[in-house]
Design a protein around this ligand. Sequence first.
Ligand code: 2AM
Length: 164
Amino acid sequence: MRLFIAIRFEKSILDPLIKLQDDLRKTGVKGNYTKHENLHLTLAFIGEYKDPGEVLDVMEQIEFTPFELELDGVGSFGDIFWAGISDNPSLTSYVKRLRHELAENGIPFDKKKFSPHITLIRKAFYKDHKMIPVSDPPKGRMTVTGISLMKSERGKNGMIYTEL
Ligand code: 2AM
């Protein structure tokens, strides 16, 4: 089973992200737009793993206190276009403890540095321009009250993410 650990969003964050996607589509930005129900912030990518119960047990051991999450700007990694979030020590501290506990318990995960981003478009391109045009970056905030273990499967119409 392909697994990752993520924050799922409330309307206050989803709506501005969806509005930006709609605006970019209208402007003529092409690419593989993340479906609304798939928008999330990944904290750790585990990949193929046999036992999600074991991962949930580890997650339950980690102290968690609700914290605020706020959108902040947009950016790109190559042709991946994303929305960013404000500097967030509570999130950074949680991710550090999460990854430490995964490692301690022998659960594999992608060790790339944590660069919080919300992927909005893959293979994004806009005519012959280098930059994706954004005049009004999305704004929104929410209180994160829980962290989700997600399963990822390839469906007939793209990826299907299910919370476990
Ligand atoms: P991305 O949006 O930057 O591609 C499900 O694939 C989620 O896990 C996505 O948010 C994806 O990030 C993230 N992820 C992190 N590392 C990954 C990896 N090595 N392979 C696939 N997805 C990864």
